[in-house]
Design a protein around this ligand. Structure first.
Ligand code: DX5
Ligand code: ZN
Length: 217
């Protein structure tokens, strides 16, 4: 089953609560929350207090994408704030084993993300402990970029590896997903589609989410 996760990075932050309620009504399955530290990526977005407020405002599953240099240090604060799933980058500075352990200790779901230039082989040692593998289809940092189709080979590899080893992680793609690219990512095997500008950049969120979902079918 395909799930759509609107990324609030592209929403109107002055109306955050209304925006979240609107995408929930429009059929969002999860809410993608992009955390950027201005160091791991050349952009700043939001932090722990915003996740805390989101938790009070919605019952949507908070799919939290940590684009930060030192994820280990912030797992507990984000967990306490109410994030449901914490995804960190393999390219960050923390030891992935330690971060995964911390996420589990905090009682949260664990996700690992890989950038377009990181080969699939590098996540293999961690896959048995993951709830989610996030294959970045752009270099992270900004919404509104164009999807890099060559990254989808890794989605196919992740699908094949999971079947071969009997593992259970879900596969998410993030970056440049819209009604034109959704068919391609779904065909590769992605199950959770993050979409920022393709949802919040449209006037009609119901139509925007439906268009992505229909294209992915
Ligand atoms: C980028 C973020 C994405 C971003 C996607 O670094 O991780 O989640 O919001 O935006 P679109 O869907 O516009 O490419
Ligand atoms: Zn993201």
């Amino acid at each position: 089953m395909i799930q759509i996760a609107p990324s609030i990075l592209s929403c109107d932050f002055a109306r955050l609560g209304e925006e979240v309620a609107a995408v929930r009504t429009a059929g969002a399955d999860l809410l993608h929350v992009d955390v950027m530290d201005g160091h791991f990526v050349p952009n700043l977005s939001l932090g722990v207090p915003v996740v805390e407020s989101l938790r009070k405002a919605t019952d949507l599953f908070l799919d939290t994408h940590l684009m930060i240099t030192d994820p280990l240090r912030y797992i507990e604060p984000f967990a306490k704030a109410g994030a449901d799933l914490l995804t960190f980058h393999l390219e960050s500075n923390s030891d992935p084993d330690a971060v995964l352990e911390k996420i589990t200790q905090c009682g949260k779901r664990a996700g690992l993300a890989i950038n377009p230039d990181t080969p699939f082989e590098r996540v293999i040692p961690y896959l048995d402990r993951l709830d989610l593998l996030l294959v970045m289809t752009i270099f992270p940092g900004f919404g509104g970029q164009k999807l890099m189709p060559e990254t989808l080979t890794k989605v196919q590899q992740a699908v094949a590896y999971r079947a071969e080893k009997g593992l259970h992680y879900r596969i998410e793609v993030d970056g440049g997903v819209n009604a034109d690219t959704a068919a391609m990512v779904a065909k590769a095997g992605a199950e959770i589609l993050v979409a920022g500008s393709a949802v919040f950049g449209k006037a009609d969120y119901v139509a925007a989410i439906a268009a992505i979902r229909d294209a992915a079918r």
